[in-house]
Design a protein around this ligand. Structure first.
Ligand code: TYD
Length: 137
């Protein structure tokens, strides 16, 4: 799994004079959704994330406001600015991610392929790097 697999997904949005209606259908997301959580009220200047998942797939978008997500597969890095509530990013397993530059009132919505499991996390960057680099040997 590498950054190539982390692709944007556009959600259908139905605008009208009363506002926008945005739809998430399970079969448009590349994994079965088992959990939804969100980050809100993030203080200015705060960084979230700072970990990778061993097996978890996620779809991340700004349901309001904006933030940056920095992705790193141990070989390449990429930053994506998420600022539209109908354009999210699929993040595959084994991607180190950090999220920062939250605008005031931003909400980071995360759809995830499994329930919370601490043993699915790499929280130490050097452990993560050692694992992805040893996979190449
Ligand atoms: P963490 O995943 O480190 O947050 P972030 O990546 O947004 O910075 O989680 C923060 C804390 O919340 C940590 O103690 C684990 C806990 N947590 C749950 O209990 N359930 C969950 O679904 C998530 C995502 C985190």
């Amino acid at each position: 799994m590498s950054l190539i697999h982390c692709q944007p997904i556009e959600l259908p949005q139905i605008p009208d004079a009363r506002g926008n209606l945005t739809v998430i259908e399970g079969d448009k997301i590349p994994f079965q959704i088992r959990r939804v959580y969100y980050l809100s009220d993030v203080p200015d200047g705060t960084k979230r994330g700072g970990h990778a998942h061993k097996a978890l797939h996620q779809f991340i978008f700004a349901s309001s406001g904006a933030f940056d997500i920095h992705l790193d597969d141990g070989h390449e890095k990429r930053t994506v600015h998420l600022h539209r509530n109908n354009l999210g990013l699929y993040v595959c397993p084994m991607i180190w991610r950090e999220i920062d530059n939250f605008s005031p009132g931003a909400v980071c919505m995360v759809l995830a392929s499994d329930h919370y499991l601490e043993s699915d996390y790499y929280r130490d960057y050097s452990d993560f790097l050692a694992t992805v680099r040893s996979d190449l040997k």
